[in-house]
Design a protein around this ligand. Structure first.
Ligand code: PAF
Length: 284
C-alpha cells in the first residue's frame, strides 16, 4: 500500500487507474481506525477494483471547544491495519494541503434540511465542515463509490443529499454499525472512556433497542417513548443531548403514520459525547 500526502501524487495514481479502466472505491476517515472503519474497507473491496482510504483530521468540522488537538492520531497503526486488508492507496494530506488559504477564506458546501437539528443542535457548523471536506476529497479522489458508516447516520444522509443535489457521479454506500459485545457502537472516541464508563455507555444502545421494540409493537406516543429513554439514560449517569424519533428519509420528526424510522440519539458521558441510532421498518 502506497501512502501519499501530496495532491499531485494522488491524482497521478488515480489517473493511471482510470486510464486502465479500473474502478475506485473510497473510504474517507479521520484515522484512529477500528473495526468499524475496517468493515468499510472490506465492503469497498467487494465493490471496486481499487480501494483508496484517506486519513485527515478535518479542522473544519470541529467546534471551538471540541477535541481537535487531542483527537487520537495513530498513523503507523492505521497504516498497518489498512495494508493488512489490502487497501491500495492511503491519502494523508495536511491541513495546509486541504485548506491552503486557511479555514476562513475557504469556499464551503452547505446541505440544507438534513444538516439541521440532531447533532447540529450542539455542533452548529459541524456538517458544513463535513460536507466541505468530503466534497473536496471526492474531487481529489474521483471515486466511483464511497463507503460511510451508518453509525453517523445524519452525516450519511448529509453526504447522500450533497451527492444528489450536486449531481456527483458517486454511489454512496452505508455500512452497518460495528459494536462491542455490550452493544456500544465502535467509535474512536470510546478510547476516551474508562472501563467503568464503557459499561455505562452501553445503556445508549439498550435505550435505542427498547424504543425500537416499542415502535415495533405499535406504540405511537413518541414523546412517551422519548421520555422513558431520556429517564433511563439519566439514571445510568448519561446526560441526554437528544433522542429523536425521525422519518428515515429526511430526518424530520416522525409523523404518526411513519413506516420507516430512524431513532437518532446522543448523550454525554462526562465530557465525551456518544452518538448512536437504530432503524425501524414497519412491514404491514
Ligand atoms: O466520519 C468521519 O470520520 C468524518 O466525518 C469524515 C467523513 C471522514 C469527514 O471528515
Amino acid at each position: 500500500m502506497k501512502t501519499v500526502t501530496e495532491i499531485s501524487a494522488l491524482r497521478q495514481q488515480i489517473k493511471a487507474w482510470k486510464q486502465s479502466g479500473l474502478t475506485v472505491a473510497f473510504v474517507p476517515t479521520m484515522g484512529n481506525l477500528h473495526q468499524g472503519h475496517f468493515s468499510l474497507i472490506e465492503k469497498a473491496k467487494t465493490l471496486a477494483d481499487k480501494v483508496v482510504a484517506s486519513i485527515f483530521v478535518n479542522p473544519m468540522q470541529f467546534g471551538a471547544n471540541e477535541d481537535l488537538d487531542s483527537y487520537p492520531r495513530t498513523l503507523e497503526q492505521d497504516q498497518q491495519g489498512l495494508k493488512a486488508l489490502g487497501t491500495d492507496l492511503l491519502f494523508t494530506p495536511t491541513p495546509d494541503i486541504i485548506y491552503p488559504k486557511g479555514l476562513d477564506a475557504q469556499s464551503f458546501v452547505e446541505v440544507p434540511g438534513v444538516s439541521e437539528g440532531h447533532c447540529a443542535g450542539t455542533r452548529p457548523d459541524h456538517f458544513r465542515g463535513v460536507s466541505t471536506v468530503v466534497c473536496k476529497l471526492f474531487n481529489l479522489v474521483q471515486p466511483d463509490i464511497a463507503c460511510f458508516g451508518e453509525k453517523d447516520f445524519q452525516q450519511l444522509q448529509v453526504i447522500r443529499t450533497m451527492v444528489e443535489d450536486l449531481s456527483m457521479p458517486i454511489d454512496i454506500i452505508g455500512v452497518s454499525t460495528k459494536r462491542e459485545e455490550s452493544g456500544l457502537a465502535k467509535s474512536s472516541r470510546n478510547g476516551y472512556l474508562t472501563a467503568q464508563q464503557q459499561d455505562v455507555a452501553k445503556v445508549l444502545y439498550a435505550c435505542l433497542q427498547h424504543s425500537q421494540k416499542a415502535l415495533q409493537s405499535g406504540e405511537r406516543d413518541y414523546s412517551s417513548i422519548i421520555q422513558t429513554a431520556k429517564n433511563t439514560l439519566s439514571k445510568a449517569g448519561l446526560k441526554p443531548d437528544y433522542f429523536n424519533i425521525c422519518n428515515k428519509a429526511d430526518l424530520k420528526e416522525a409523523k404518526v403514520d411513519c413506516k420507516s424510522f430512524v431513532i437518532l440519539a446522543a448523550a454525554f458521558l462526562g465530557s465525551v459525547r456518544l452518538i448512536d441510532n437504530i432503524q425501524v421498518d414497519i412491514n404491514d
